[in-house]
Design a protein around this ligand. Structure first.
Ligand code: SF4
Length: 524
């Protein structure tokens, strides 16, 4: 086979389809017993070594190569565990897609004490590449190992390891419109080791996937116009896929019985946005999108969104909940950036994140945005950032205070319907803050940072006890996972407390909730 494509095994694991377990590869192998990975790391099915459903990014590359003249019989998307089956003397390129190859992503750094320990994602990626490298040597083959990744910067940052693994080329940037030429150049030896693609494809240059994607993922937009300074997607211009193109991909997934669609979006509330100054959502366009998709599938939820967009257009939340028949036991999950509770800091680093509201209203937006989400059975999984440039310890304490305020006030107002999670991430210099230093969690722990991390995890542990059963109900895997999740989250909270005590910080001293109110939301 001329071109063999695959993903590292952390991206082909289904993790027993338990929400948020996709983060398991971020955990350090030194701390998680091997049997836990063995139980939870369930891999995607394959047919004769070919992936039936594959990670979305690799499906795009497959489609782009076919569109560019490569023949069907020359390109295969293989399961990483069966990849050798397709490699022979005719193979010119083995392309590997990965997300967090060396474990330097923001979530991973938080779990691995700033990279001191080895994440499961790094172990899986490096083991796969070593296997390929040794196989090539053993058989005397000449194929090139090409890695394409949102995490390509990690391969450039740790060049020694990249050399040791004998990776031939690393591609970064959007490749849909140029991958055919790049692969041909690699085949003839005319490409650099690090290939950076700076020009974005136009929407019509992005091919439609031709084979099913994992989790029914379908891209509805690429890039984000909000311009948060720490973020990579912000560097790309926002482009929106038209509904017809989205539905074609939904049909491809339906062909294997995938009746759920996961709509990839940097901010779903910005889909087809016209107001690029205040980012008031284009309500009709977002609702129309979900109506079309849910005409075909049983359930559809977005990947990412903003609390400001949700609060500005609760009609979207309500309609999408109705279309999905959401209820107390069926929630619409969405990942949302919380970042910090500080109005001053959010103004400096993400000046459009709160629009159409003002920076001064940011904590109020987060509280009321969560209220809007929960009222219509949306479950926001927030991420905050520890160690942002220019932050003060007061900012960090405020983030902890806002978490406890949300916990208290939402529970008072909504009772059993109050649900959210907050995962603190380490600052990683990306986007326009690329020139800043990495944040070293071990060396820079302050009282505010510890309180921020502690209260986020304490709330997460509460959600594991109270909310998890709602999102995993009726799933047989819940029986295996629930005790593990409860134990795991309690252990994390306990170890943060110990860590704090060692630093002389009392995490049990009550914090003052913020003086902000929940306002009633009216939707016609
Ligand atoms: S809203 Fe999200 S995706 Fe958009 S620029 Fe900000 S952090 Fe990035």
């Amino acid at each position: 086979m001329r071109i063999v494509l695959t993903s590292d095994p952390s991206l082909t694991s289904t993790f027993r389809e338990i929400p948020l377990l996709d983060f398991l590869p971020c955990a350090p192998v030194e701390n998680v017993p091997k049997f836990i990975y063995r139980i939870l790391d369930t891999q995607l099915p394959e047919e004769n070594g070919k992936l039936i459903q594959a990670p979305y990014a690799i499906r795009k590359i497959e489609a782009a190569l076919l569109k560019d003249g490569f023949k069907r019989e020359e390109v295969v998307v293989a399961h990483p565990k069966k990849i050798e089956k397709f490699i022979d003397e005719k193979t010119t390129i083995v392309g590997v897609n990965t997300m967090d190859p060396y474990g330097l992503g923001p979530v991973t750094l938080m779990f691995t004490e700033g990279g001191k320990k080895t994440s499961y994602s790094k172990l899986l990626f490096t083991s796969l590449i070593k296997r390929l490298r040794d196989f090539r040597k053993r058989r005397g083959y000449k194929f090139k190992i090409v890695v394409g990744s949102q995490g390509a910067w990690q391969l450039e940052l740790k060049q020694d390891l990249t050399e040791e693994l004998e990776i031939d080329h690393v591609i970064s940037g959007e490749a849909d419109h140029v991958i055919g030429n790049i692969f041909r150049n690699i085949e003839t030896g005319g490409e650099d080791k690090f290939i950076k693609i700076n020009a974005w494809p136009k929407i019509e240059e992005i091919p439609t996937i031709v084979n099913p994607s994992y989790k029914g993922m379908v891209e509805v937009m690429r890039g984000c116009g909000r311009g948060c300074r720490f973020c990579s997607p912000n560097l790309r211009m926002a482009r929106f896929n038209p509904i017809e193109k989205i539905l074609k991909e939904v049909d491809v997934n339906l062909s294997v019985g995938q009746r759920k669609a996961w709509l990839h979006s940097e901010d779903i509330f910005n889909y087809m946005v016209k107001d690029r100054r205040n980012f008031y959502p284009n309500e009709e366009a977002v609702i129309d999108l979900f109506e079309h998709v849910l005409n075909k599938v049983d359930f559809a939820n977005p990947t990412h969104g903003t609390a400001a967009g949700a609060l500005a257009a609760p009609r979207i939340l309500k309609r999408v909940a109705e279309l999905n028949h959401a209820n107390l036991n069926k929630w619409i999950g969405i990942q949302v950036g919380f970042e910090t509770a500080s109005p001053e800091l959010i103004k400096k680093i993400a000046n459009n994140k709160m629009k159409p509201f003002s920076a001064e209203e940011w904590p109020w937006v987060l509280l009321n945005g969560t209220y809007a989400f929960n009222k219509f059975y949306w479950f926001p999984a927030y991420t905050t950032i520890v160690g942002l440039p220019q932050e003060t310890d007061e900012d960090e304490i405020d983030t902890a205070r806002l978490i406890i305020t949300m916990e208290k006030k939402l529970h008072e107002k909504l009772g059993e319907k109050a649900h959210f999670s907050v995962t603190p991430l380490c600052f990683v210099p990306m986007g326009s803050l690329k020139k800043n230093e990495f944040f070293n969690i071990e060396e820079n722990l302050t009282k505010g940072r510890i309180l921020h991390i502690y209260h986020a995890w304490k709330h997460l542990a509460w959600e594991v006890d109270h909310g998890l059963k709602r999102v995993t109900r009726k799933k047989p895997n819940f029986l295996i996972f629930a005790p593990l999740a409860k134990l795991g989250s309690r252990l994390v909270v306990r170890s943060i407390r110990k860590w704090a005590i060692k630093k002389g910080i009392n995490v049990d001293k009550p914090l003052e909730p913020m003086d902000i109110k929940i306002e009633e939301i009216k939707v016609d």
